[in-house]
Structures are given as C-alpha cells and as structure tokens.
Design a protein around this ligand. Structure first.
Ligand code: ZN
Length: 140
C-alpha cells in the first residue's frame, strides 16, 4: 500500500459542506433505528439498506488522484482504459456479511452473521482512497 502524506493535499471542501453534513445526519438516523448487528439465516440479507449518495464522492476524486499520484492506493497499478480507478473506502462502509462455515451441520451454525460497515466513516477523508476495481472488490 502506498504511504501518503495526507497533509500534502487539502481536504476537499465538500467533506465539510452542509450537503455532507446532511448526508451524515441522515445516515446516523437510519443506523440508529437499525441495529448494527443481526443474526440472519444463511442467504438472508437485510431488508432495508441505506441508499448512499455515492455520486457525491466523485467530487473528491481529483484530490485523491493528486494524493495517490494516479495509482491504486493498494496495488499501485496506474489508471488506464482497462483499469479505472475509483473512490473507495479503506474501512468498508456498506454491509459486511460473514458467511457461515461451509459444511456446518446444525441450524445454529448455518446462520450468517451480518453487520453494517463503518458507515460513520463514509465521508471521512482519512478513510477515502483511490483504488482499482480488483482492490475495491477485495476490500468490500
Ligand atoms: Zn489495486
């Protein structure tokens, strides 16, 4: 992983804007009424999912391109036609599902434990990275 000095690039003003403050408040309200963890039967997923306003984060992309010098923060591959780099989160913000152990016999062990991610870090500058699709899928 590329080690970067975050102080080199100013924090994008978007992250301190009223728009993002509104998004944060909305997410906090949603997750306050949806417990962070739940035990679900295998294959089941949360019925309600929070609709993140991800297009908003495109605004911080230029700052991340500058910070990571147009390279994936994890594998250091350069941006290219076949390797688009995206705004991603180091700590996953969306749902984390730990699948049950394959071959588990009893009903209790076949339940998958699911929890929401680090939603409060969705608009946290320290948690925003530039990453390629392969690394992005690995981190979700
Ligand atoms: Zn990568």
């Amino acid at each position: 992983m590329i080690h970067v000095d975050r102080s080199r690039v100013p924090i994008p003003p978007l992250l301190a804007s009223a728009t993002v403050a509104g998004e944060r408040a909305q997410a906090a309200t949603f997750f306050a009424s949806n417990p962070g963890t739940a035990t679900l039967k295998s294959g089941q997923r949360f019925q309600e999912r929070y609709e993140w306003n991800w297009p908003l984060l495109q605004e911080v992309r230029p700052a991340l391109v500058d910070l990571f010098q147009n390279k994936c923060a994890f594998c250091e591959s350069f941006e290219g036609k076949r390797n688009p780099l995206e705004v991603g989160h180091f700590r996953p913000v969306t749902e984390i599902v730990e699948e049950s152990t394959p071959g588990a016999k009893s009903a209790s062990t076949s339940a998958a434990r699911s929890s929401v991610g680090y939603w409060w870090l969705a608009y946290d500058w320290e948690n925003l990275y530039l990453m390629c699709r392969a690394c992005s899928e690995r981190s979700v």
